[in-house]
Design a protein around this ligand. Structure first.
Ligand code: GLU
Length: 433
């Protein structure tokens, strides 16, 4: 079991089970099920990289467009040693649901390269990024598929990819990618958007449950872009961040931690070396007790915010979870079995397809700005993000509460209803009543 859960084929099987259950409940046309059981397109590429030592390495990469009934595919690109076709496929399905839950005119997309980016030099990373973009250039574009950052990719990498795309097209096409540097048409507010959106969803939940930020403790798993900004903004808002972990370790401080100095220490080396990735760990922070990463997941806190990887809460550790609420900042951090166990114990989970959608919402705003040529102030971006997140989160929470179903189920019902309407509007079964 412990080994199995790392196999990404499980991810897709689990996603399919949930999809089938929700479609049964929606009682929609069989056309919809047929369309949604597999991706529209899954492209596998070899990414050629000339290494600094002169040798050539070819890394496997993928780009998947799951369903594009609502609009062009949208979703990030991840660089990670364990990425494979199944994982990218599942992530693209989740993107399709996420975009629909937030009412965005997009289908689901995702890309990935199987590589350990932290083992590359900056120049090798740039060549990898440009090489991947060249390999998928035929299937992307502002009206086809719009990539963005995901795990281990960022604005710098999107800048290289955008430059490469423009060179291939011999034109300026900023709307082909989002999450770009501001100087290349990126949107103000995009970097912090995933964390900000997650906080807005948590705030709404807290408000509906009459819970004050100052009385709410949070443990945060992960300290990448989404989790860091979430922790920073939640701390500002008055929530008590009592534990933080990253890929190297975890720290705990029952009085509460300020994420900013931790981030500064973590990135100090990075700035000195001019590297794209951080070398330090949250563990270098003085004044807090170091704990095992697994211990963080079992802390007695009000909120466990999962902002690292998929499959973090699973059958083998779900029983030890003591948090009152789980907030999914990463994609897929809770397995299907663990999700069911939590539901039985009445522990609510604010699901990824809602809670981490802030990033793609601001990507949508970036795409609109690129296409109109008019750029918005940061306050205006943040305000639009807050309005949309709150409106759709409210819809999900109301549906869950009136029907007495988990938030994930309610979010999937809402998203799949919207996708299904678009599928049927494109042409319906002729022999169905
Ligand atoms: N990678 C992010 C996600 O999983 C953002 C995708 C986007 O901005 O298109 O939602």
């Amino acid at each position: 079991m412990t080994q199995d859960r790392h196999h990404s084929s499980h991810l897709f099987d689990d996603a399919r089970i949930l999809l089938n259950e929700v479609l049964d409940e929606l009682d929609t046309s069989e056309d919809v099920r047929q369309r949604l059981l597999q991706p529209n397109l899954s492209l596998q590429v070899g990414v050629h990289v000339r290494m600094d030592d002169g040798s050539l390495k070819v890394f496997p990469g993928w780009r998947t467009q799951y369903d594009t009934s609502l609009g062009p595919a949208k979703g990030g690109i991840r660089f990670h040693p364990s990425v494979d076709q199944q994982e990218v496929g599942t992530l693209s399905f989740w993107m399709a649901v996420k975009c629909a839950v937030l009412g965005l005119p997009y289908g689901g997309g995702k890309g990935g390269v199987q590589v350990d980016p932290k083992a590359l030099s900056s120049l090798e990373l740039e060549r990898l990024s440009r090489g991947y973009l060249r390999a998928i250039a035929d299937v992307i574009g502002p009206d086809r598929d719009i990539p963005a950052p995901d795990m281990n990719t960022n604005a710098t990498i999107m800048g290289w990819m955008s430059d490469e795309y423009d060179a291939i097209q011999r034109d300026q096409i900023p709307a082909a990618l989002t999450g770009k540097p501001i100087a290349l048409g990126g949107s103000l507010g995009r970097v912090a958007a995933t964390g900000r959106g997650a906080l807005q969803v948590l705030d709404l939940w807290a408000e509906r449950n009459e819970r004050k930020p100052e009385d709410t403790t949070i443990a945060v798993q992960g300290f990448g872009n989404a989790a860091y900004h979430f922790a920073r903004l939640a701390h500002q808002r008055g929530y008590r961040i009592v534990a933080i972990s990253d890929s190297k370790g975890a720290i705990h401080h029952p009085e509460g931690l300020d994420p900013d100095p931790i981030k500064e220490e973590k990135t100090r080396n990075q700035r000195l070396k001019g590297m794209v990735y951080c070398e330090n760990s949250v563990c270098e922070h003085k004044g807090a007790k170091t704990i095992e990463q697994e211990e963080l997941l079992a802390l007695d806190v009000d909120v466990l915010a999962l902002g690292a990887l998929e499959n973090q809460i699973h059958v083998d550790n779900v029983e030890s979870v003591r948090a009152g609420l789980l907030l999914e900042i990463a994609n897929g951090p809770v397995t299907r079995e663990a999700d069911e166990a939590l539901a039985k114990r009445n522990v609510p989970v604010l699901p990824d397809v809602l809670a981490n959608a802030g990033g793609v919402v601001v990507s949508y705003y970036e795409w609109i700005q690129n296409r109109s040529g008019e750029y918005w102030e940061e306050d205006s971006v943040n305000q639009r993000l807050a309005e949309r997140m709150t409106r759709e989160a409210q819809r999900v929470m109301e549906r869950a509460e009136t029907r007495n179903i988990p938030y994930r189920r309610a979010a999937y019902l809402l998203g799949l209803e919207r996708i299904s309407e678009a599928i049927l509007a494109r042409g319906q079964c002729h022999r169905c009543e």
